[in-house]
Design a protein around this ligand. Sequence first.
Ligand SMILES: [Zn+2]
Length: 237
Amino acid sequence: MASIELTRITPRLHLLDYSVGQAYLWQDGEPGREELTLIDAGWAGLADETAAAIRSAGLDPDRLRRIVLTHCHRDHVGSAQELADRHGAEILAHGLDAPVIRGEAPVPEPHLLDWEVPLLEHGVGVPEAPPTRVDREVEDGEVLDFGGGAVVVHGPGHTPGSIAVHLPRHGVLFAGDTVASVPDVMFGVFHVDRALALDSMRLFAKLGPSVLCCGHGAPVASDTAARLSAAAATATA
Ligand SMILES: [Zn+2]
C-alpha cells in the first residue's frame, strides 16, 4: 500500500504525493473556517490516508467542498468518490472524460512511444479506479468558485477531456498530465493524441504561471513561465 507524502508549496497550496501520481490541496479561508478543494484524488483505496494527510496540514477533511479531476486516469480519479462521499464534496470533470470516469466508456488508449513503454510498466501497481460519479461537467472558460476564481482550460490530447485549472489571482496552474516536471518541465507522457496535447501545452504556456503543478514531478515555482514556454517551444509531437 502506498503512503502519501504531503508538502506545503504556498500557504494555500499543498502537494499530495501518491508515489505514482499526485493531487493538490487548495485552501480558501482561514483554518477553522477553511474551504478545501482537491485537484485530482490519488489512488483508489487511499481515502483514509488522504484525509490523514489533510489533517496533518492542520486542515479538516470535512471541509472538502469539491474535487476537480484533471482527467480520467486511475492515478488521478482513484479515491475521488470515497472522499466525496465521506466528506460531502462535489466531483467535477470535463464532459468528454466524464463517461470514462463514471465507468461507462473505456479508458482511451495512449499513443505510446517506445521509450514510454517501460514507464507505463512502472505504473502497473496503481489499482484501477472504481466507477466514480461526476456531479458537474465543466467546460472550457468556466470559472469555479475557489482560489479567487478558478478558470477551467480545456486542453485535450493527453485525454479528450483533459483540463488545466488556472488561478490567475495566485498565478497557479494545475496542468494535469499534459505537462510533467520529471525532473524538469517537459511534455507529459502517455498522450492519446500527441499533436493535440502539444497544442494544449503551448496554450497553457501562454498563461504564464508562476507556480506550475503537474500530475507527475515536483511543482515548479521559480522561473516558471520561462521554463514552461521553453519546454513547450522545444517539445515535439
Ligand atoms: Zn494521465
